[in-house]
Design a binder for this molecule. Sequence first.
Ligand SMILES: [Zn+2]
Length: 364
Amino acid sequence: MGNSVNRVGFAWDDTCLGHVSGPMLRSDTASSWLPTPNFESPERLLACRQVLQASGRLDLMVPLPPRRASLDDLRLVHTAEHLEMVRSSEGFDGPALVGDAICAGPGTWDACRAAAGAVIGAVSEVVAGRLDSAFALVRPPGHHATPDTAMGSCLVNNVAVAARYAQQHLGAGRVAIVDWDVHHGNGTEDVFADDASVLFLSTHQENFYPPDRGHVADRGSAGTTVNVPLPAGSGDEGYFSAFDRVIVPALRAFAPDLVFVSAGQDAAGTDPLGRMCVSADGFRGLARRVLDAAGGRVVAVLEGGYSLGQMPWCVLAIVEELLGVDPSFERDPMAIDGPTTLRPEETAAIDRVVAELAARPVRS
Ligand SMILES: [Zn+2]
């Protein structure tokens, strides 16, 4: 470890544990699904924090005080009707379906305000220069939530709210959002598709969730949307190539004042929902690339990631990159045998995005 570590905020709020996600039901097939436990659980946060703690890395981070997003904060992205719907879940007896694959219950509204508030608090400290970067370990996740729709475990789009907050209240100009969650960040894309001041970059498993989203040709009217759909089974090398050839060059071309990472670790090899093979070492490499392109100013926010065994190692690796300390483990102990070289289908998928960007480049 070097003599000094970067100043990295740790945004955490026990209130985020109070959202009980209920059974994992798709609204179109709800009647035919068994009411199975939901992968999007409070244990996800606790498992990650425990590994950060056990590794000693949590002691190197700067704890951020809890903060609730106000209604005005949330209105930066969401409609009044949508927020009223989420708020009304306070009166539910228990979790009830409020959208495609998303339930809300008595603790949900407070958890949403705590999660979005944590990200606002983190970005405020980073923009003020009191922190170099931050990791917000929050739930419920946000990147599927559109201005007026809850879906896919998401109700309030934490990253979108904080990005708008940074622009409107903190003087941030151009903002970039790198979404490496295995699912497509349709909500975030919808919020910023017409906004030339926000660059949205998404890597995701092709033809996955939500259906028919995240295509290479989907560039938004502002041309600041970039989608990198990757074939199932992609591993560290496929992701590194996607970042080296698309994500990092786009970030450098856009030259944002601030970079968010929608950090969902459900592309990890053992994730029960994703079908990718990324290891904790892979996530370390992705974090390194984003940090280099962003000049170190990064706010990483948990989105998905459902492997209670592997995700904590992925989060630890990301945090170690933010801190600028040496890895505390040699190789991801949970890594599965994935492709060790770039597969032709991954190269072909990335080639398509490179061609799209050559025809219609990202500019600052
Ligand atoms: Zn996801």
